[in-house]
Design a protein around this ligand. Structure first.
Ligand code: ADP
Ligand code: MG
Length: 703
């Protein structure tokens, strides 16, 4: 196999040389021929079609036209000179304008000759022009060549000023193809896959992605390359997953015993949802295989994750092990303790709490009971990760809200059990779109609770602007009179912290004016307050001593006050979708109908409008996450930023869900049958994965 043309250093390419090579290396990390080819165009100029001059308008964008130059004039003076060229076809005319290189263009263009012009239509009032178009003389001989899709590459100022803009790059890429043959682009996929999926050969795809001959050729090329990218990513993720499972043996929870059954039959105050049952089963099967479980449990706020977590802990206890549940804050740990204790009331199970504020004798006792094994379940905060916290035999560790624990803390958790690490279950109320989860957590197991308990009344959401303030407060007053409580939330974003605080204070004043003492009591909580003061205010609200809680987003996570049934969000346009969803999750926890009112200014960007419309339309976290992915792209979704697996070259997780699913299914099928890729049919896959696979990328690690 002749396979070194693409490794040729870039300075040896015709038209490059040492100086440009330096720039290519520095600006876009292109070191050799292959490197240049692997930077795919991000769009194409459709040069197969010509627009009529008579049909141009201000919103038409970029167009290709052809016509005859009728007039060439230099307008303005000295340094402010501009060249204005009138181009005409059978339907009308347009002005082409140059501010730079005006004299050069003046010499180059000839009145009476025909040209092909490409550029963006600009409007000054009602007058249309095309500033700095690409222009080329129309010749009979090249008129066919001029009709094609021209690639546009991502560029930088430096590249542009060195003749390495898209036009320059096209020439270089073409020069490589001139020297190359099909064998320079070895096939990565086995024949049976190409056939089954009707994919075009790799060599053709690379050629066509740079220089497509037709729309269909472009589509075939991009399909093929997207599939390849996603498929090898998935294959790599699965290889990683199976590798880890082979390395990390786990405690075997072989039975479901008395504790679980007693609880299930006599203690659960409601019927489990189908999704809860399914997920408990998935986890149970996972914990008896002798392999360490590493599982993410996704479910919307209120979907009943805590109950699932509890029942899994009972399985651990049935098998003679301890379990722990770790929350990101003291308040949440306290809440978990309360709900677990009340679920387990009357059963012979000991639950303890360990947080930073558990001190002295109490702490000593907890630690002793933990080590002796008298304690079955430990609930806590990261205080639980400390080295002197020793379990008798930890079998299952559950953490709530994964993005808040660091890697080092997770590593400590792993070491808290012998001879194997504990089974790990990470619960998150931040739904991640399926396509994203498949990639971001592709080497983990994921369980999804996609069903809310029956009888929940979805939060009613509406959008209001400032001129509705009086009626919003009127509505609030009525609800408060029924004995309900309300949150009013202000954005607090670091860059404008001072201004935001001012906002919050003004808001607070207006709330206090409309809801004066002694009839109403208002709590305030924001990030600048001391932890103890925050806690004090939250507790007052929780106990019902205050009716309104004015707060910044500190209440986003987990606070549970079932009597709070109204959420007013101020400056809604400044919140992201997932944040809005989390905030709204604070209400709708009790039996009463709950309301969420999204306040915003009257003028909104189209993205803000779309976000607000999504919130009004649905309460389903997965649907909201999908919308967020479409609006902002994968990089903007919480927790995805650091992940190398999302640096995709051509595939787009927001758009290529179907290709991704096919890739995932096929990768799984292959890995299940031939995990080491030793079969003859899969030889190519192994070769490609070893040499070009996404191995070096940062894999997700949730625990
Ligand atoms: P999450 O942690 O997913 O936000 P929780 O576990 O805190 O949800 O459950 C929210 C509320 O719903 C709790 O009051 C819980 O007791 C209740 N709950 C959980 N599962 C069910 C169910 N299957 N049917 C009715 N209520 C349920
Ligand atoms: Mg919860």
């Amino acid at each position: 196999m002749r396979n070194n043309l693409l490794d040729t250093p870039i300075e040896f390419l015709k038209g490059v040389g040492p100086k440009r090579a330096q720039i290519l290396k520095k600006e876009i990390e292109v070191f050799n021929f292959g490197g240049l080819l692997s930077l795919f165009p991000f769009r194409y100029i459709d040069k197969t079609k010509f627009e009529n001059c008579g049909r141009l308008h201000s919103d038409i964008g970029e167009v290709q036209i052809k016509g005859v130059v009728r007039r060439i004039t230099m307008e303005g003076q000295s340094r402010r000179k501009r060249l204005v060229v009138k181009l005409r076809d059978e339907t009308g005319s347009i002005e082409l304008v140059w501010f730079q290189g005006a004299s050069y263009m003046q010499d180059k263009l000839v009145v009476g000759k025909s040209y092909v012009v490409y550029g963006r239509v600009n409007a000054y009032g009602s007058k249309l022009s095309i500033p700095h178009p690409e222009i080329e003389e129309l010749r009979q001989s090249n008129s066919n060549e001029q009709k094609h899709f021209a690639p546009v590459y991502p560029s930088t100022d430096k590249l542009n000023s060195s003749g390495l803009d898209s036009k320059g790059r096209r020439k270089l890429v073409a020069a490589i193809f001139e020297k190359a043959s099909a064998s320079d682009f070895p096939e990565s996929l086995p024949e049976y896959m190409l056939k089954k999926l009707s994919l075009i050969p790799r060599a053709d795809a690379i050629q066509s992605i740079h220089f497509p001959k037709s729309e269909k050729a472009l589509k075939d090329a991009s399909n093929r390359l997207k599939f390849e990218e996603l498929f090898f990513l998935q294959l790599g993720l699965l290889q990683n997953k199976y590798g880890r499972q082979q390395r990390n043996k786990g405690h075997v929870f072989e039975k479901v015993g008395d504790v679980f059954h007693t609880f299930f039959e006599t203690k659960i105050p409601f019927e489990l949802t189908g999704a809860q049952k399914r997920v408990i089963k998935e986890i149970r099967m996972d914990m008896k295989r002798g392999v360490q479980m590493n599982r993410l449990l996704q479910g919307d706020v209120g979907s009943g994750k805590t109950m699932v977590g509890l029942m899994c802990m009972l399985i651990a206890i049935d098998n003679g092990y301890q379990a722990c549940m770790v929350a990101p804050t003291e308040i949440l740990a306290q809440q978990h303790l309360e709900s677990l204790s009340s679920y387990l009331e009357g059963m012979d199970i000991r639950v303890g709490l360990l947080t930073g504020s558990v001190k002295g004798k109490k702490r000593k006792q907890i630690l002793e009971d933990l080590e002796s094994g008298t304690l079955n379940i430990l609930v806590g905060t990261h205080a639980l990760f400390e080295d002197h916290v020793v379990f008798h035999n930890l079998g299952l560790a559950i953490t709530d809200e994964q993005h808040r624990f660091g890697v080092a803390q997770r590593a400590k958790l792993w070491k808290k059990s012998k001879p194997f690490p504990p089974h790990i279950l990470v619960m998150t109320a931040t739904p991640i779109p399926r396509t994203l989860a498949m990639t971001l957590y592709g080497d983990l197991d994921v369980s999804v609770i996609d069903e809310l308990p029956v009888g929940r009344k979805p939060v009613q959401t509406s959008h209001k602007t400032e001129n509705h303030r009086a009626s919003v407060f009127g509505f609030l007053r009525k609800e408060l009179e029924k004995g309900r409580q309300a949150y009013i939330v202000y954005p607090l974003i670091e860059e404008s912290e001072k201004l935001d605080l001012l906002n919050l204070e003004e808001g607070l004043e207006s709330v206090q004016r409309s809801f004066p003492r002694p009839d109403y009591e208002v709590s305030v909580v924001h990030g600048r307050m001391k932890a103890a003061d925050k806690e004090f205010e939250m507790q007052r609200f929780k106990r019902g001593e205050t009716q309104i809680m004015v707060a910044t987003t500190v209440i986003e996570v987990g606070v549970n006050v079932p009597n709070a049934s109204i959420m007013i969000i101020e400056n809604t346009e400044r919140f992201g979708l997932s944040q809005l969803h989390q905030l709204r999750g604070r209400v709708g926890r009790g039996a009463d109908q709950s309301y969420c009112i999204l306040m915003s200014s009257f003028k909104l960007s189209s993205e803000s409008k779309e976000r607000i419309a999504t919130m009004v339309r649905t309460t389903n976290g997965f649907e909201i996450a999908e919308a967020d992915l479409k609006l902002r792209g994968p990089g903007a979704i919480a927790g995805t930023r650091q992940s190398g697996v999302l640096d995709l070259r051509i595939a787009d997780l927001a758009k290529d869900g179907i290709i991704l699913q096919t890739a995932r299914q096929l990768a799984k099928l292959i890995m299940d049958k031939d995990p080491n890729l030793t079969s003859e049919a899969n030889k190519r896959l192994k070769w490609w994965l070893d040499n070009h696979g996404p191995r070096s990328k940062g894999w997700s690690k949730i625990s």
